[in-house]
Design a protein around this ligand. Structure first.
Ligand code: HEM
Length: 183
C-alpha cells in the first residue's frame, strides 16, 4: 500500500496538533480567570506562528514530492471532494496564522507590548501595520479579526469533512486509508 513520505507525515500531524491546540485554547480562554487569559492568548499566538512555519515547510515539500496516488477504486466525486478539501485546508493553514498575525500587528498596544515566541525571543509585528495611523490601523485590526473568526468556522467545517472522509474510507469502504498517513 503506498504511503506518504516521512516528512509529509510528520508535518501533517504537527500542523493538525497545532490547529487542535489553538482551537481548544480559543474555546477555553473565555472561561478562564482574568490573570490566565493573557498567557493563554500568548500561547495561542506562539502556536499559530509555529503553524505558519510548518505550513511553509509543508507546501515546499508538497511542491517537490508527489503524494501517493489515491486508490483506483475511488469514485470520481470522491477524488474531486478529497482534492477540494485538501486544497482549502492548505489555504487555511496559511490564512489562519496570517490573519492572526496581521490582527495582532494592528493591536493598539502592540508597540508597547511585544510578543514573545513561547517566551523565548521577540516575534516581530508587521512594521507597515504597526506604524500606521490609528484610524486605518484599527480598521485593519477589526477587519482581520473578523476574518480570523470567519475562517475559523471554515476550519471547523473542513476539518470535519476531512476526518469524515478518512473514516468513511477506513471503516465503510474497508480501505487502509489511515495507514497512508501513519508512521
Ligand atoms: C493555527 C493557526 C490558528 C488557528 C487555528 C486559530 C484559531 C482561532 C480561533 C478558533 C479563535 C476564536 C474565534 C472565535 O472567537 O470564535 C481565535 C482567536 C484569536 N486568535 Fe487565532 N488562530 C490561529 C493563529 C493565530 C495567530 C498566529 C495569532 C496572532 C499572532 C492569533 C491571534 C488571535 C487572537 C488575538 C484572537 C482573539 C480575537 C478576539 O477574540 O478578539 N491567532 N483564533
Amino acid at each position: 500500500m503506498p504511503r506518504y513520505s516521512g516528512p509529509a507525515i510528520i508535518l501533517h500531524w504537527l500542523v493538525a496538533l497545532g490547529i487542535v491546540a489553538n482551537v481548544a485554547l480559543a474555546w477555553i480562554w473565555p472561561h478562564l480567570a482574568d490573570a490566565r487569559v493573557r498567557p493563554a492568548i500568548d500561547m495561542h499566538k506562539s502556536i499559530g506562528i509555529t503553524v505558519l512555519g510548518l505550513a511553509i515547510m509543508r507546501l515546499l515539500w508538497r511542491l517537490t514530492h508527489r503524494p501517493p496516488p489515491l486508490p483506483a477504486s475511488y469514485r470520481r466525486w470522491e477524488v474531486g471532494a478529497a482534492h477540494a478539501v485538501h486544497g482549502l485546508l492548505y489555504l487555511l493553514i496559511f490564512a489562519m496564522p496570517l490573519t492572526g498575525w496581521i490582527m495582532d500587528s494592528a493591536y493598539k498596544n502592540a508597540a508597547t507590548t511585544p510578543m514573545y515566541w513561547f517566551g523565548l525571543f521577540e516575534w516581530p509585528r508587521i512594521a507597515a501595520i504597526l506604524h500606521m495611523a490609528p484610524g486605518p490601523r484599527d480598521r485593519i485590526h477589526d477587519g482581520f479579526g473578523a476574518a480570523h473568526v470567519w475562517l475559523s468556522y471554515a476550519v471547523y467545517a473542513l476539518v470535519a469533512l476531512h476526518i469524515a472522509g478518512a473514516l468513511k474510507h477506513q471503516w465503510w469502504d474497508k480501505h487502509r486509508e489511515l495507514q497512508r498517513m501513519l508512521p
